[in-house]
Write a protein of this length. Structure first.
Length: 365
């Protein structure tokens, strides 16, 4: 078992526990910090079929009164309508300020449960129990929660650190290939931004990761959590120019997801395309080497994240990016890597970005 402590100035420190069989130990882990009686599990229809019963049993064993809200699986659940249904259900379940909300599922459930829990009665305690690779390596740690609007992804949300993260890596054995590759996109992002050591460790372990070799998977998850925890500890609410590095690849990714329709492409695959795009901007704007770009491309290919063949109007993609929450004073902002572990947040002119969007679209047969 690995236990990583996330320490953020001004916040209560919390543990991220990574091991197989962690869902069976969930209740005991929660009782270490929470003496209250009511717990609400938020999950989706697919995760519930596999993991809801053992999660409920674990909580009941230590005395929790457990209620459950099940939402549809998929990105469409991150909506105002679904959030409203959960808030009303929280009232019907009798939740109060002493209650705890358990997010059992992937990134969608984590975002949705985190957002509704952090806003109900001005904030309940949140426990994240990620069951996908993406949510383990990224979204369950750091406290960002959000829902989507028709006009864009993650436009309404809060910063709310969880009280505990329990990552049961045994759940990854049954993860569909699409969702596995989705998580690999965020692992690759973290590796590029973190360091040469992480990048080339990942580059040399793509076969083992693809085979879901347990020790390799566990190390990849731990490396990502340690990296993200260190970033969040220095810049919790993305106001100091540090946490923005976690947005590498996301400026174009969110535009792709909005244009194609939520769920058409996985988030990790869209991020991988955003990384390819941003690295080429970095060559032109920062003088990054094409060798770095090509090595990153090879890594993404090896992780099962080939270049997307999305046909879209470049002007439309630019418009969507201009509506992104990372825009400041009307200027597009990109995280651009000079090399592994070296990056800058750069404001770029629309015309410059449009030129590269046009080049990408011309490359699609």
């Amino acid at each position: 078992m690995a236990r990583i402590v996330v320490e953020i100035p001004g916040e209560r420190a919390y543990d991220v526990v990574v091991s197989a069989g962690q869902i069976d130990r969930l209740g005991a882990e929660m009782r270490a910090f929470d003496g209250n009686q009511k717990a609400l599990i938020v999950t989706d229809t697919e995760v519930a079929a596999r993991y809801l019963d053992p999660a409920k049993a674990s909580l009941k064993q230590v005395g929790y009164q457990v209620s459950v809200i099940t939402v549809p699986a998929g990105e469409s659940a991150k909506s105002v309508e679904c959030a409203s249904e959960i808030w009303h259900a929280m009232v019907e379940c009798g939740l109060n300020r002493d209650s705890v909300v358990v997010a059992l599922g992937g990134g969608v459930v984590g975002d949705l449960a985190g957002f509704t829990g952090s806003t109900f009665m001005r904030g309940l305690r949140i426990v994240q129990v990620p069951t996908t690779l993406l949510s383990m390596v990224d979204s369950s740690v750091g406290g960002k929660t959000a829902i989507n609007l028709e006009s864009g992804k993650n436009l309404v949300g809060t910063f709310c650190q969880p009280s505990l993260v329990c990552a049961d890596v045994a759940t990854l054995a049954t993860l569909p290939e699409r969702e596995w590759a989705c998580g690999c996109g965020e692992i690759a992002k973290s590796a590029v931004i973190d360091s040469e050591d992480f990048f080339f460790w990942l580059y040399s372990h793509t076969d083992q990761l693809a085979a879901r070799e347990p020790e390799t998977v566990k190390e990849a998850v731990q490396r990502c959590i340690v990296f993200k925890a260190s970033v969040v500890a220095r810049d919790q609410e993305e106001t100091k120019g540090v946490r923005e590095c976690l947005n590498y690849g996301h400026t174009l990714a969110h535009a792709i997801e909005t244009e194609a329709g939520y769920g058409v492409y996985s988030h990790g695959h869209a991020v991988a395309q955003g990384m390819r795009f941003a690295s080429r901007l970095a060559v032109a704007h920062l003088g990054a080497s094409m060798e770095f770009v090509q090595t990153q491309d090879a890594l993404l290919d090896a992780l099962g994240l080939p270049e997307l063949q999305l046909k879209a109007e470049p002007e439309r993609l630019l418009h969507l990016m201009k509506g992104d929450k990372k825009v400041r004073s009307g200027k597009l902002r990109f995280v651009l890597p000079r090399a592994c572990g070296e990056w800058e947040v750069c404001e770029l002119e629309d015309e410059f970005v449009l030129e590269y969007l046009q080049a990408w679209q011309r490359s699609i047969l």
